[in-house]
Design a protein around this ligand. Structure first.
Ligand SMILES: Cc1ncc(COP(=O)(O)O)c(C=O)c1O
Length: 701
C-alpha cells in the first residue's frame, strides 16, 4: 500500500504570515518539521513513504517552490480553499492508496502518531485520527479511494478552517497514544500566533540538534518541567472552534452499539436506576471498562475523573490492592461454605466492637434487604403495622413498603404502602401529629441521620456536631424520645452516612444510639455487603435459641455472608482507621465545596448554583431564574464537565481523591461556569446535545 505523509502548508495566514518559513538558525520552522520526520522515520528515509508538502495554488505560496527544490522535498499544489479536495488531488497525482495529513502548524507532530495512523490505514480503515497526544501532535489519515469518492460527492465548498467538518457523519477510527499524556492537555504545539513561534523557539533552543531525534514524551516532559507551555498559554476561545468536527468516532459508535445491547438485555440498561442513561448527559460514556483510584476508563482508553464512586460505595478508591487481596484471600478459602465461616464471625464481632449501639448483626448484600428487614423486625417486635419516614429523604428500599410511597407504584401492592407515612425532617410536630393520629399503631420511625439537611440546630453550618452545645437536644434526640414514649422503634438508616460521617457512623457523630440501624454502600469499598444491626432486645427475635418463641424469618439469604466480601469489609475498616480516611474525605469534600461556591459567587452564578451539606457529602443543585430546580442547567453542567473528562452527577469524596484532583476540577469548573454564565440568560437550551436528565423517581419514562 502506498501511503504518503502530506504536510499541509498555507503561507497566507493572516495571524502570522509566512509562518512556516520563519527562520531558526540555518533552518526554517517547516525545515525542522520535515527534517525531524525524515530523521525519525526510517520508513520515510527509505523512501517507502513519501513526504510531500501539500499547498494551495495561490501565488502567496510561490516561495515554497524554491524552498522545496532546495530542500529536496516534493511539492504538490492544489485546491486552495478545500483541504480534503487538495488531499484527494494529491492522492490522484501521486497515485497513492492512502494519505496521512499533518498540519504544517504542528511543528513537533508526534512521529509515533504517523506510524500508528499508517498501520491503521494499512488494515483497510477509511479514516483514522490519532488522539491522546498533546494538541498539535496528532494526525489524520485517509484511504485514497474513500477520499476521492467522498470529495466527488460534495457539491458545496467547505471552509478550509475546521475542515474535519467536511467529513460530518463519517465513521472514523481513533487510535490512542500508547503513552499517557493526559496530564499535559494544557500544552499546545501549534504555530498560529507570535507567542507560538516563541514557544517553539524555546524548545529548539533547549534541545539544539537533539530536536531531530528526541522522543515525543521527552519533549512533552521538558516543556512541562521548564514551563515552556506558559509562553503560548493564552489562546482565544474562537481558535478552538476551528477544530470542531462532527465526525462520528468509531469508538463512539461502538459505545452506542453497546448501549443498545445493554438495553436489549437489561431493563433500564443498568442494575441501578441512578446508573441509567437518563441520569447523565449524553456525552458521558454509556459504559466504562475499569476504575482505579478515583478514575474510570472507557474501553478506548479515555480517562475520567469520577466523583460518583460507584454510587458512593467506594470510599477508599477503585481497585485498591489491599482490599482486593483480602477479597481474593477469602475467596480462595471457599467463599461460601455450608456452615458459618470464621470470617463471618470476625466481621460480626468487629462491627459489634466498633459501634456502640450494635450488639448483634445480620449481613446481607443490599441496602434494600436490610431496611426492609428492619421494618419487619420492628413490626414483629411491636405487633404494629405503621412505619414513619421523612418525605425529604429520597430512598430506603425497592420493596413495596417504601417504593409504593413514591410515584413508582406500578406493580406494588397498594396495601403495603398504606402503612407507611411521611413526616417532615427537622419538624418534630409533623411526627407528633402522626403519633397522635395512629395511637398504638406505629411500629417504627426510620430515617437517615442526616442528608444535606442537618438534624442539629446548632447553626454550626455543617461543622462537627459532636462538639456542638445542642448535641443533646437535636432532632434525632427528639425523634428517639417520641418513639420510645409511644413504644415505637427508632431506626437509623446509615447507608450513606455510615463509614463517611464517622467510622462509627453518623450515630456516633451526632451522639445518639438507635434501636436498630442499617449499613451498606461504603462498608467494603464496592464489594457487596450490607448489614442490619442493633440492640439484642430486637435483633434476637431472629434467633433460634429460645424454645417455643414464635420465629421471625430475618434476612435468610444464600450469599448474605459471602467470605470474600466480608474479608473486603474487614480490610476496608482497617484502612479507614489506619489511614485516617474519614478526615481525608472531609478535607477533600470541603475544599471542593468551598472552591465551587467561591467560583459561583465570583462568576455571578450564585442565584443559579447552590452547594450545601456536610463537607464529607456535599450536594449541588442548579436552579432557574425563579428558584426552581433546573434539570436543563444540570444537564448542561454535566455535559460540559464530561467534555472535560469529569463525571460529577453527584459528589462522593473518597480517599483516592487528592488536592491535585480538586485543583484540576476547579480549573475545569471555572471553564464550565464561564460558559454557563455567558449562555444562561440567552437561551442555553440549544447548547445541550442530547436529552435533558430526568429525576429517578418519576412515574413515566
Ligand atoms: C439511604 C439509603 N437506604 C437504602 C438504600 C438501598 O441500598 P441498596 O442500593 O444497596 O439496595 C440506599 C441506596 O441508594 C440509600 O441511599
Amino acid at each position: 500500500m502506498r501511503i504518503a505523509v502530506a504536510i499541509l502548508v498555507r503561507l497566507g495566514s493572516k495571524r502570522l504570515p509566512s509562518k512556516h518559513l520563519l527562520p531558526y538558525d540555518n533552518q526554517t520552522y517547516l525545515g525542522i518539521l520535515c527534517q525531524r520526520l525524515m530523521t525519525q522515520f526510517s520508513l520515510i528515509a527509505n523512501g517507502k513513504i513519501d513526504l510531500i508538502i501539500c499547498s494551495g495554488k495561490d501565488t502567496v505560496n510561490d516561495p515554497l517552490t524554491a524552498w522545496c527544490e532546495k530542500n529536496k522535498i516534493q511539492l504538490f499544489r492544489g485546491n486552495d480553499q478545500h483541504i480534503p479536495k487538495r488531499l484527494a488531488e494529491c492522492v490522484a497525482a501521486f497515485e497513492l492508496d492512502g494519505i496521512i495529513a499533518v498540519d504544517g502548524d504542528d511543528i513537533l507532530v508526534a512521529p509515533e502518531s504517523i506510524v500508528a495512523a499508517t498501520e491503521i490505514l494499512e488494515m483497510g480503515q477509511t479514516i483514522v485520527q490519532t488522539k491522546g497526544y498533546p494538541f498539535g501532535m496528532n494526525v489524520s489519515g485517509y484511504n485514497g479511494k474513500f477520499l476521492e469518492e467522498k470529495t466527488n460527492e460534495w457539491q458545496e465548498e467547505k471552509l478550509e478552517t475546521g475542515w474535519g467538518r467536511a467529513f460530518h457523519d463519517c465513521v472514523l477510527k481513533e487510535v490512542k497514544a500508547k503513552d499517557n499524556f493526559d496530564a499535559y492537555d494544557h500544552h499546545r504545539y501549534t504555530l498560529d500566533y507570535e507567542e507560538d513561534a516563541l514557544f517553539f523557539k524555546a524548545i529548539f533552543d533547549f534541545f539544539k540538534d537533539q530536536i531531530y531525534v528526541v522522543s515525543t514524551s521527552d519533549i512533552v516532559r521538558r516543556v512541562e518541567e521548564k514551563s515552556f507551555y506558559i509562553i503560548n498559554k493564552t489562546v482565544h476561545e474562537d481558535y478552538w472552534l476551528n477544530f470542531e468536527s462532527e465526525m462520528i468516532s468509531e469508538s463512539k459508535n461502538e459505545n452506542e452499539q453497546l448501549r443498545e445491547r445493554l438495553h436489549k438485555v437489561i431493563p433500564g440498561g443498568a442494575h441501578t436506576y441512578s446508573r441509567g442513561d437518563d441520569q447523565f448527559s449524553y456525552n458521558t460514556p454509556a459504559l466504562f471498562e475499569r476504575g482505579e483510584g478515583c478514575h474510570l476508563w472507557t474501553r478506548n482508553g479515555d480517562r475520567f475523573l469520577d466523583f460518583g464512586m460507584g454510587l458512593r460505595s467506594v470510599n477508599i478508591g477503585y481497585a485498591n490492592r489491599e482490599i482486593n487481596d483480602a477479597f481474593y484471600h477469602e475467596a480462595m478459602k471457599g467463599n461460601n461454605l455450608t456452615r458459618a465461616s470464621y470470617t463471618e464471625l470476625m466481621a460480626a464481632e468487629r462491627l459489634v466492637e466498633l459501634v456502640d449501639a450494635v450488639e448483634m448483626v445480620k449481613f446481607a448484600k443490599h441496602g434494600s434487604t436490610v431496611t426492609t428487614a428492619a421494618v419487619k423486625l420492628a413490626r414483629a417486635y411491636t405487633g404494629r403495622k405503621r412505619v414513619l419516614i421523612p418525605s425529604e429523604q429520597p430512598f430506603f428500599s425497592f420493596d413495596d413498603w417504601f417504593i409504593g410511597t413514591t410515584p413508582l407504584t406500578r406493580g406494588t401492592l397498594e396495601e403495603s404502602a398504606q402503612f407507611t407515612h411521611k413526616f417532615s425532617f427537622g419538624d418534630i410536630s409533623s411526627l407528633e401529629i402522626l403519633f397522635q393520629s395512629y395511637p398504638g399503631e406505629i411500629a417504627a420511625v426510620l430515617l437517615e441521620p442526616a442528608t444535606h439537611i442537618s438534624p442539629c440546630q446548632c447553626e454550626n453550618n455543617f461543622g462537627n456536631c459532636m462538639n456542638c452545645p445542642g448535641s443533646k437536644i437535636h432532632f434525632l434526640h427528639q425523634v428517639k424520645e417520641l418513639c420510645h414514649k409511644n413504644g415505637a422503634l427508632f431506626i437509623l438508616d446509615e447507608m450513606i452516612t455510615g463509614f463517611r460521617w464517622n467510622v462509627k457512623g453518623a450515630q456516633h457523630f451526632y451522639g445518639i444510639e438507635p434501636d436498630l440501624c442499617t449499613f451498606g454502600k461504603a462498608m467494603a469499598n464496592g464489594f457487596a455487603v450490607a448489614a442490619l444491626a442493633g440492640k439484642r432486645e430486637f435483633m434476637s427475635l431472629g434467633d433460634i435459641n429460645e424454645i417455643g418463641m414464635e420465629r421471625v424469618f430475618l434476612t435468610s439469604t444464600t450469599h448474605g455472608a459471602e467470605m470474600g466480601a466480608l474479608g473486603a469489609f474487614l480490610k476496608t475498616l482497617e484502612i479507614i482507621e489506619r489511614d485516617n480516611v474519614i478526615n481525608h474525605i472531609w478535607e477533600i469534600g470541603g475544599a471542593l465545596k468551598k472552591g465551587m461556591i467561591d467560583l459561583a459567587n465570583k462568576m455571578g452564578l450564585q442565584s443559579y448554583f447552590e452547594m450545601t451539606g456536610y463537607d464529607c457529602s456535599p450536594l449541588f443543585m442548579w436552579k432557574d431564574g425563579e428558584g426552581h430546580v433546573s434539570m436543563e442547567l444540570r444537564t448542561l453542567f454535566l455535559q460540559e464537565m464530561a467534555n472535560r473528562k469529569i463525571i460529577m452527577s453527584y459528589i462522593s469524596p473518597s480517599y483516592a481523591h487528592t488536592m491535585g484532583d480538586i485543583d484540576f476540577t476547579l480549573e475545569k469548573v471555572t471553564e464550565v461556569f464561564s460558559i454557563m454564565s455567558t449562555v444562561i440568560d440567552s437561551g442555553f437550551e440549544s447548547k445541550i446535545n442530547g436529552p435533558v436528565v430526568k429525576p429517578v423517581f418519576r412515574r413515566y419514562n
